[in-house]
Design a protein around this ligand. Sequence first.
Ligand SMILES: [Zn+2]
Length: 278
Amino acid sequence: MKLYKTDAIVLSDSDLGDQDKIITLLSHRYGKIRAVAKGARRLKSRFAPAMQMLSYVTAVLYKSKRIEVDTFNECKINSSFLGIRNELLRLAYGYYSIELIMKCVHGAETPPFLFDLVLKILFLLEKIPKESLPVLMRSFELRMLTILGYRPYLAGCVECHQKVEKNRRVFFSGYEGGILCANCSKEKRGKLVSFETIQWMKFLRTVSLDKLANLKLSHRVSEELKIIPKSYIPHRVGEEVLSYTFIETVQALETEVETAKKTSSPSTETRVSWIDQE
Ligand SMILES: [Zn+2]
């Protein structure tokens, strides 16, 4: 058996017998790896703290020649992303990112810059202002899809290849894999989107990730970009990414709580006049 070392992100864990766990990792150099962590289910296991989903670790593993599952020799945590775990909305986005990787990345054929991208996204998920979380995720989706060869066709209509011009009606189809012109979208194929949304899709693939927090998208563009997680990705991977619904549920709850706070707390003026009367 050969020993090797790699940086990795823990994607999932499952129990193996009474004592062990099987961990799925996205590694820097070897793509997706499955490995056994012996004794990881024991309370005092040296591996246990590092085996939580979303942890960024440096692992030393034995490569097995006979089976496709390697074995942990050592594992040290570099970050457990507490900033993500401590806030439900950020955690929902974290789960969604991990599910996307689980469903889109297959085997060892993954370029190291995909790992670098995921790691950068997780560090940003910890600290980016909450209102920028959707744009961060749309940029991550579009970049990851591009790296993996699934990027949407945005150069023109997917059917007739006609360029889409600013003043023409433009449609986007998750099923067809990109833009449809008004002519080709007959029979109600695709969803009508603004030209601006298509421009944002192109821009979000390449803009510096550090600048995302400064971007201001209109409500219409933000809503239309949801076609990527809701339709484009499910058609490319052949199934729903279930934790996207979790993000929407948490977001709706947070909005409800904020609205309730605003309507139930008296305004400053009311409080001042009430104190005056006393
Ligand atoms: Zn067309």
